[in-house]
Ligand binder design. Sequence first.
Ligand code: ZN
Ligand code: ZN
Length: 343
Amino acid sequence: MRKENIDAFVVSRPENGRYLSGFSGGEATLYITSEKAFLLTDFRYIEQAKAQAPEFKIIKTGQDHFEAMAEIGQQAQRLGFESDFVTFETFEKLKDAFPHAELISLPNLVSHLRSVKDKSEIDLIRLAVQIADDSFAEILKTIEIGQTEEEIGLNLEFSMRRAGASGGSFEFIVASGVRTSLPHGTASSKQIQLGEFLTMDFGAIYQGYCSDITRTVFLGDPGDKHREIYETVLAAQRAGIKAVAPGRSGKEVDAVARKLIAEAGYGDYFGHGLGHSVGLAIHEGPNLNMREERLLEPGMVITVEPGIYIPEWGGVRIEDIVLVTENGCEVLTQAPKEFIILE
Ligand code: ZN
Ligand code: ZN
């Protein structure tokens, strides 16, 4: 805040509020000055806020927090706000509540702090990853030809919830057969059959922190092309992981994996970025993609997830989560990624 020369900062994004205050209820606004920190929320959350955010002064508000904020912040001259999150309507209300203040757009101020995780955060991510790993091992034992993608998705979710996850970290992708060419094919009522790839992209939330894993397995007897594509993605994924190190940009790491896929002749079939950071949100910065200039730092937690998707044929993605260390990275995901064939 000192660097940005603001005398107050309004935090609206729930993950940022949780990160700074500890309050997990979501519906709160933080108002932070150089001397004091306020958490504004309505009566439903007052007790929870007091317990979880002891360093904040809790202010009880109605549905909208602007009136109370205006009272607290009468003196504000330069007021920072999260322009990457607030709606135009919220912006207008902020302007009305602080007619004499200059509103300073500060996208990513807290998100950038969040990108380097401390030990307690890393421990929670490890647990979220472990829950996903264990669920993958469990799901492999229950997959049967004729099950629908939705059933498999549900079984994954049950297994993670039983292991302590508070929920899935996003809407799971379970895609089989030609649907595996859809990078974001959410589970459908399609039944799985022999002779198909089956891609499962899922993750757990554990005490607020997310995990994210993708595994693609084969049902029945794979052909040469299935093997070739799988091995190409796996080689690119391993090369991508090897390239993760502090001081490297997201662009550089992406290029390493992308080059391998292009050299194998599938460059046109890898249309998304190589990875994204993970934390309180499932998608955080920095990313690994063709535009990312930010440099990796120790403590960042990021996915490496190349894929090849051939329309009307199918596709493969393999995704692990890695922790950037002083010298390179540590792979947190433990689930096996050799070509798994389910008979
Ligand atoms: Zn994923
Ligand atoms: Zn991902």
